[in-house]
Design a protein around this ligand. Structure first.
Ligand code: HEC
Length: 165
């Protein structure tokens, strides 16, 4: 071995090492970005909307704002990559999704400088849009309460839709 190459890996070994690094990074990127499941994203949206409502009901607005920000992240980052059930009125569902986002923006504004009446009204407006979409996509039995503080989805007997067992 001459002096100039002493201590250095042969060229082919360096090449193999870079390919390995590239594959590892590629595999890592794939693992980090699996398509989210629609039901899982909805589960998180539901949980956060429930906590938001419970927090706002007792004036814990900072917590309510936090939950709303986290909910928006799911709506913006995960929902577009998840596959919604392809049943029912898809155009109606798309319209409800837009209505939900408009109402969420109003609710976010309210929570910056909260007036209990308007927080309640915009919470109900969001819930109506959630329910409209569930009805459009054949999941009308998943009902979101319009009042602050209820469980999401509703599990009380009073929430049963007529005709749904
Ligand atoms: C674009 C339509 C759409 C909108 C808007 C929507 N949902 Fe859903 N939601 C669905 C569908 C479809 C399912 C059933 C998902 C499945 O079966 O994979 C569902 C399921 C759920 C579930 C049950 C998840 C579980 O498995 O535990 C909850 C809770 C829920 N949604 C809450 C909400 C809340 C709260 C909102 C509004 C802030 C909302 N959804 C807005 C379509 C929508």
């Amino acid at each position: 071995m001459d002096k100039t190459t002493q201590g250095r890996a042969p060229r082919w070994q360096t090449g193999v090492a870079w390919v390995a690094v590239g594959l590892a990074i590629g595999a890592g990127a794939c693992r980090a970005q699996p398509a989210p499941r629609y039901g899982q994203a909805m589960h998180e949206i539901g949980r956060r909307f429930e906590v938001l409502g419970r927090a706002a009901a007792v004036g814990r607005y900072e917590l309510a704002r936090y939950e709303l920000d986290e909910l928006n992240e799911v709506v913006e980052d995960d929902l577009p990559r998840a596959q919604a059930p392809q049943v029912g009125d898809l155009a109606g569902a798309a319209a409800s999704l837009r209505a939900m986002q408009v109402a969420l923006t109003s609710l976010q504004r309210d929570l910056q400088d909260p007036v209990p009446g308007t927080v309640r009204a915009h919470f109900a407006q969001v819930a109506k849009a959630c329910n409209a979409c569930h009805a459009s996509l054949a999941h009308g039995f998943i009902q979101v309460p319009e009042e602050l503080g209820g469980s999401v989805p509703r599990t009380d007997a009073g929430s049963l839709v007529r005709g749904v067992p």
